[in-house]
Design a protein around this ligand. Structure first.
Ligand SMILES: [Zn+2]
Length: 244
């Protein structure tokens, strides 16, 4: 009896292994890009409006399709097929210039972006308001959570870190009347304890900052993104998109 049961468990395990093997047999190349400020300003975290537009024009002109993180996660976890040339554009921190500059440019090129919001900063000078975030979401942009106060999560106690993560999801869901499914670790600061808390908070996935090849694989709570640098030439951007 027990032997039969064990054989059945083994068969199911083999079947699921085969299924995941099928998904991973044809890795999909999807670079995930990270922007912060979009403004004419010198500084590491600034990309000029002209540079962003040149990059969007390049993606559009070369047949790239912008995905939400939700679509990316569907492909990663359920094997949902994606367009051959796909890219995800993410913007961290919820800066006001994301609404003023990035949002109109994305609409102009028929693209979507994912905006990770620090809920405790919404409405402050230089940050977006709730109305602006809601307007972007209605227009097809995706909204993700980026904690309440943008702390170094690994330095916090477990309950404090969990509240930072969970409350940002809850407050966004209440304001936007929709589930919030993706999370970004502030300062890219995470460890196995923080990754577990992001899972417990109910997200479907979370993004980091790391080198990657743009291939779909690995832990959905440690999805690597590539930072688009301020002074980077368009040729470098093209190489990043081509190689991840
Ligand atoms: Zn941030």
């Amino acid at each position: 009896m027990i032997r039969k049961f064990l054989l059945a468990v083994f068969a199911v395990a083999c079947l699921s292994a085969t299924r995941s093997g099928v998904v991973q047999a044809a890795p999909i190349h999807v670079p995930i890009l990270l922007y912060h400020h979009i403004a004419d300003h010198q500084g590491r975290w600034y990309v000029s409006p002209q540079k962003l537009e040149a990059e969007l024009r390049y993606l559009s002109g070369n047949g790239y399709h912008t995905l939400s993180m939700a679509a990316y996660l569907d492909a990663e976890t359920h094997g949902v097929p994606l367009p051959e040339k796909s890219v995800v554009l993410t913007f961290d921190d919820g800066y006001r210039d994301n609404y003023d500059i990035a949002f109109p440019l994305l609409k102009k090129y028929g693209m979507t972006g994912t905006f990770f919001i620090v809920t405790g900063l919404v409405g402050y000078p230089a940050y977006m308001t709730w109305d602006q975030i809601a307007e972007m979401q209605r227009a097809g942009m995706e909204i993700g959570a980026h904690t309440v106060h943008h702390p170094f999560l690994t330095r916090l106690s477990t309950p404090a870190a969990f509240l930072e993560i969970f409350l940002s999801r809850l407050v966004l869901a209440q304001h936007l009347h929709t589930p919030i499914n993706v999370f970004a670790y502030p300062y890219n600061d995470h460890n196995p304890r923080i990754v577990m808390l992001a899972r417990l908070a109910g997200f479907e996935g979370a993004v980091t900052v790391a080198q990657h090849k743009g291939d779909i694989a690995g832990d959905p709570f440690e999805i690597p993104r590539i930072t688009v640098l301020s002074g980077e030439h368009l040729k470098v951007f093209e190489q990043v998109i081509a190689k991840g």
